[in-house]
Design a binder for this molecule. Sequence first.
Ligand SMILES: Nc1ncnc2c1ncn2[C@@H]1O[C@H](COP(=O)(O)OP(=O)(O)OP(=O)(O)O)[C@@H](O)[C@H]1O
Ligand SMILES: [Mg+2]
Length: 463
Amino acid sequence: MRVLIADDEPGLLRVLSRCLSNWGYEAVVAKDGLEAWRILSDVDPPRVVILDWDMPGLNGVKVCRMLRESEGGDQSYVMLLTARQAHTDLVEALEAGADDFISKPFELRELQLRIAKGVSTRERRNTDRVPPLSQGSGALPAGFTLGGKFRLEKKIAEGGMATVWQALHLSLGINVAVKFMKPEFTKNADYTSFEREARAAAQLRDPHTVRVYDHGLTHDGSPYLVMEFLAGDALWDRVERDGPLTPEATILLVSQVASALDEAHTRGIIHRDVKPENIVLTDDPSGTGAFQAKLVDFGLAHPNWQESAGVSVAGTPMYMTPEHLCGEQPPSPALDIWGLAVTAYMAMTGVRAYAGTSISEIVKAVCAPPPVPSQVQPRIPKGVDAWFARACANEPADRFPTALALAAGFVDAWRDDSMRPERHRNVKAVGTMAPTEPDSSRPAGAAAPSPEKRQQRSPRVLR
Ligand SMILES: Nc1ncnc2c1ncn2[C@@H]1O[C@H](COP(=O)(O)OP(=O)(O)OP(=O)(O)O)[C@@H](O)[C@H]1O
Ligand SMILES: [Mg+2]
């Protein structure tokens, strides 16, 4: 087995190449990143690769990223050699597609064991590429190691199309989330949605967009996606369990998701499925009780909305604009901005703005004048009613033009209300409405409902 070792320290390079030969490998040496990349661009390059992180010209992370983007580059096992140890560096290595990370100074024995693991992983990775069997990823058990890299720990959630597992990245020792397509969808094999999700999310850097690290096929040919693990609840589940969010928490939610959407829209990407099920509220590491909202599920994302004329109607009808629902307009950022407003309505009232048991009922509701939030939750000020009426105006030209304008309008709508502090008397700073202070004016469904009254998560029925 040939192993490429790239390091700009000539002494270390000599020692490591001698060790590789002693351990039974054929050492291929590169004195910097450019030379490593030239070797890796050959027709039959070494498939186990050790790259020093800091090299002049082209550093190890860049070489790793270029390798992963090249044809067949996903078959290699890549280890980064570095003096860095920070968690952010680990994440950067992971995002670049590295399989392992070893810090200098290291024991040669440790390096030898890790290379041996890399070789066996690389061999196993080849056997992962077998054609689909009949069972699908639904049959994968906890403890299963995916692609030689990720050990499945427990199933954490289920959406309409996919199941999401918590998993351990074995060599980096960090938690990741792995999303599998449900077996019923793998039969018709729309794998492109996973690839689209990986490609769209991988371009985005906003802290309120989930980071996607990797995607691939299981041994039985089902697609999977590896993401940042978010410890927390989907907004939908949080509101169903604890009741509506406080004004402050709703403002935080809208501002954070608007920031994620603004970056996506600026890059020409539209999400097309903004809804409470696709926003995860993670626990805030600062310990202030605030949360970090993260936009997930880019499975319907469109990578270049300016060129989306003729693209089919797709999304969750209860969160779609009238013109998109009726197929009168090609997808555009307006869909996401509307989806965020309808999501905010649910977050602050506890009930959906638009509902119905059939598509025609939903279309009717969406095309009617927008509902009035304060009629559900009387604490909501009139300014917020006006904001929602503008956000969900029937005529597109009457609405907020951008996600950031929508969020700024929302903050202003509540700020006007701050002149009347008695409105917030019973409200915790950030989070959900205090459960010990029942709101007698809250209609059935607006507080945390009993299990039998629970609303169903909204299925995505249009694809
Ligand atoms: N990175 C993550 N970390 C933790 N939980 C997550 C993560 N991504 C998604 N989830 C949870 O999994 C659920 C389903 O994920 P996702 O929305 O991506 O699946 P889906 O099946 O495509 O959704 P849909 O029902 O919209 O078709 C989410 O509602 C959320 O609760
Ligand atoms: Mg979803």
